[in-house]
Write a protein that binds this ligand. Structure first.
Ligand code: ADP
Length: 445
């Protein structure tokens, strides 16, 4: 079912999701990230490299010229506005373009240039004179496959001889015919159907196999087995490349089955910190009381842009209505919206068209809006068992050290339970959360 429909069936609150919904959120989150991302994320960490053959020299490049790309591809890269390889691309690209081909497992957070890297590798390896598939790329969902396809089209803009096909649901193909496109991007189900049942792709002619978003992939029913089945059909000397934004043990085990004798590249996430954040809490009696406190805060200090987090969609909608009635320009980011709609809302907020973004936990996971200086936890973050969710708290208000612009976090507490959550969070980070009197707000200016 299309994503928008799937969302409709999910629960009213974000707190009581089934595992299936959680898993689907991962694919949605990943798509959302792609839709709203328009540049590289900043990362000052060092790339960790584990070479299959530790004695072979490690190449890394500082320019795209050093890669000796086909001129059409170099033009494509510059056409996309890339000036130099990203951190991960500096080492990943020489490895992927080496002769003989090397296998690679690469892990780095979303937005660090993985997709651009493997797309460039695929485009470099194909021979456009050969009218058959030479590179296969599998993605967890239809929408993610389309996003990768867009990058192929952009980067290959000056190399029109290379053609792209999508092995995705709804793309009917006659059994007995043969695919002529050199690059095929698709989901595991349809891809394996095209290879094994319809036999429209000859697996023995595949030279590059890319498995993207391995962490999302394994979270989805059946995808892991199907991916392995596809991989088994490919020639021994086919280049295997696997990418993931995270690296739990399960991803690692999967990666080792898919990619024999790999080189491994990892780029750690930049640490978030609360050091540059002033944290406060406001003691309230009820939801209404929290709203009044919020109005007081708005009346007292100038807030350029704020994000407000609520526990449930219902509270978020209620609060959005109340704030709009008070004359605030409010955007509501809610779970029942399709990913594309969510992306559009975030985009508008980034452009400053709205000053307040109200959202629930799940929706806003992983979204960074740099200009936001005030974060308000209308409800404190809880994990799905109802325990204090430190990680989400850090994510909502933390900043990466190097870009540590000062920030302000205000937590609304309205019960003994929420006070206990606040204390637990305070203790976890060993950072004082100061009580704020909303009748006297001079101190936070
Ligand atoms: P990932 O696959 O790790 O999420 P992407 O390849 O999608 O990362 O890159 C994230 C964003 O950065 C995209 O908007 C992409 O166009 C851009 N980008 C990728 N590589 C470079 C580069 N070398 N220079 C500038 N921008 C880049």
């Amino acid at each position: 079912i299309p994503y928008a429909e799937a969302r409709e069936t999910s629960k009213a609150t974000d707190g009581d999701k089934s595992d299936e919904e959680e898993k689907e959120d991962r694919a949605a989150q990943s798509l959302l990230n792609k839709l709203i991302r328009n540049s590289l994320v900043n990362n000052t960490n060092q790339v960790e490299v584990l070479q299959r053959d530790p004695n072979s020299p490690l190449y890394s490049v500082k320019t795209f010229e050093e890669l000796r790309l086909k001129p059409q591809l170099l033009q494509g890269v510059y056409g996309m506005g890339f000036n130099r390889p990203s951190k991960i691309q500096e080492t990943a690209l020489p490895m992927m373009l080496a002769e003989p081909p090397q296998n690679l497992i690469a892990q780095s957070q979303s937005g660090t240039g993985k997709t651009a890297a493997f797309v460039l590798a695929m485009l470099s390896h194909v021979n456009p004179a050969n009218k058959w598939p030479q590179c296969l790329c599998i993605s967890p969902t239809y929408e993610l496959a389309l996003q990768t396809g867009k990058v192929v089209e952009q980067m290959g803009k000056f190399y029109p001889e290379v053609k792209l096909a999508y092995a995705i649901r709804g793309n009917r193909i006659e059994g007995g015919s043969k695919i002529q496109e050199q690059i095929v991007i698709g989901t595991p189900g349809t891809m394996s159907d095209w290879l094994a049942k319809k036999k429209v792709i000859d697996p023995k002619k595949i030279q590059v196999f890319v498995l993207d978003e391995a962490d999302v992939m394994i979270a989805m029913q059946g995808h892991q087995d199907q991916s392995i089945r596809i991989q088994r059909k490919l020639p021994k000397d086919c280049q295997m490349l696997l990418f993931s934004a995270t690296f739990e043990d399960s991803v690692w085990q999967f990666a080792e089955r898919i990619v024999p004798d790999p080189n491994i590249i990892r780029l750690k996430r930049e640490e978030e910190t609360l050091d540059t954040i002033k944290q406060y809490y406001v003691l309230c009696k009820s939801k209404q009381d929290k709203f009044d406190a919020l109005c007081n805060i708005y009346g007292a200090i100038t807030i350029a842009q704020a994000m407000i987090f609520c526990h449930t969609r219902r509270t978020a909608a209620w609060l959005a209505g109340r704030m709009a009635a008070e004359g605030h320009q409010v955007a509501l980011l809610s779970g029942e919206l399709a990913v594309e709609q969510r992306a559009a809302i975030i985009e508008r907020f980034r452009e400053g068209k709205e000053k307040v973004l109200i959202t629930t936990n799940v929706c806003a996971r992983g979204i960074d809006v740099e200009q936001v200086s005030v974060v308000i936890n209308f409800d404190l973050p809880l994990d799905k068992d109802g325990n204090p969710d430190n990680e989400t708290y850090l994510h909502r208000i933390g900043r990466t050290g190097r870009f540590g612009k000062r920030g302000l976090a205000i937590n609304m507490v309205d019960s003994e339970e929420s006070m206990a959550v606040l204390r637990a969070i305070e203790e976890h980070f060993s950072k004082k959360i100061v009580k704020l009197d909303t009748e006297d707000l001079d101190e936070i200016e």
